[in-house]
Design a protein. Structure first.
Length: 374
């Protein structure tokens, strides 16, 4: 039993080791998420190593190792909730993790576990070196399940980043450790939790790699494939959706005069500004070379107008500080569920070209006025 259990933990460590190496070679979606993913994987490896040591301590049952055993268990219980909390921050787009009050259970858990070394609240090690659950073990379990439930909820409501198939797959990935927790609570001799977490993290990395195909590498936002899939999904329902179509003016001129590297910089910066403008209002997509769109699901016309005004303000601030200007022509219309969503897109696209003509006309008038003064 001892050898087979250690073998299982070693397999988990090897799986995560290779996953970390691959994630360092191939950044997934963005560098921040990759770094967070690596941190979670590393902490899980630490817990797997602690379990291997624990197997050894259980096998020898020596009083001289009680202090080491207690320190390792305190560290393991603290890391358990830290890992779930970090996973929550990785998947909730700030909906929960930015709320400072949600860190309170984690802080309480850390304090209680440190105190457990002397008080035996969560666990205790008897004089024979045997581990036992303490009277307040339920606190550790409750906080862990609290963050896990929030994680599952965050995945379900995070439809900005994930479509319905993504949500189903992610939910199944993170439910696996919950099943392992239930089994280990009822059958303590089976150490399944962190091996299952290691397996889930490996699946999660594969999921992130697949998710990357939905993103445009130049702009860092979702691509045409993701946009089309979302449109098809929305077309089946009746969610009120604002569709904003945007065109990045003079990109070809920048590519021809300054080079495509500079053009790529402008595309990336434009996407950043677009995302900031429509934060909590809609999801931005790059659907062509200089074409962008924003889908504002369950947003009002007032919210879309406010986001566009914010876009104008941010572009003005940027253009006042930079020689290469970013100018968006845009138009929008609303899908209500009573029409074909792609027809609504065509209407928004037509409005964008009308706005583009006005921008060009204003530019030509300014140029004529300038020449007449000279």
């Amino acid at each position: 039993m001892y050898i087979s259990s250690i073998t299982t933990q070693i397999i988990g460590i090897v799986m995560l080791g290779f996953t970390i190496i691959l994630s360092q070679r191939n950044f997934v979606i963005d560098r921040h998420k990759t770094k967070v993913f690596i941190i979670v994987s590393f902490l899980t490896i630490v817990l797997l190593i602690i379990e291997i040591i624990e197997y050894y301590l259980i096998s020898v049952r020596s009083a001289e190792y009680i202090i080491l055993y207690k320190l390792l268990m305190v560290l393991a219980f603290i890391l358990t909730n830290i890992i779930v909390y970090i996973l929550l921050s990785l998947n909730d787009s700030g909906r929960f993790s930015k709320n400072i009050f949600l860190a309170i259970p984690l802080i309480i858990n850390i304090i209680i576990n440190i105190a457990t070394y002397w008080t035996s609240w969560i666990f205790y090690i008897d004089p024979q070196g045997q581990y036992h659950r303490g009277d307040y073990f339920f606190v550790q379990l409750s906080i862990n399940m609290f963050y896990y439930i929030l994680l599952i909820i965050a995945i379900f409501i995070n439809d900005d980043d994930y479509d319905s198939d993504d949500i189903k797959f992610l939910s199944s990935i993170f439910i696996l450790p919950v099943i392992a927790i239930i089994i280990q609570i009822n059958y303590p001799k089976y150490y399944l939790i962190w091996v299952t977490v290691a397996f889930s993290l490996m699946l999660y990395y594969i999921f992130l790699r697949e998710l990357q195909f939905k993103y445009d590498l130049t702009s860092g936002i979702k691509n045409r494939r993701a946009f089309t899939n979302k449109m098809l999904q929305l077309n089946k329902g009746n969610k009120n959706t604002g569709i904003v179509v945007l065109d990045l003016n003079d990109l070809k001129k920048i590519n021809d005069s300054k080079g495509h590297d500079k053009g790529d910089e402008i595309i990336h910066k434009s996407a950043e500004i677009l995302q900031e403008s429509f934060e909590n209002v809609g999801t931005a997509y790059r659907i062509g070379g200089d074409e962008f769109t924003v889908l504002c699901v369950n947003s009002s016309e007032e919210q879309v107008e406010a986001a566009l005004m914010k876009l104008v303000k941010l572009l003005e601030e940027y253009n006042n500080k930079n020689d290469l200007k970013i100018v968006f022509a845009y138009g929008y219309d609303f899908y209500t569920g009573n029409e074909d969503i792609f027809e609504v897109f065509e209407i928004a696209d037509k409005k964008m070209y009308e706005h583009k003509a006005k921008i060009k006309g204003c530019y030509r008038r300014r140029r004529v006025d300038k020449l007449s003064k000279e």
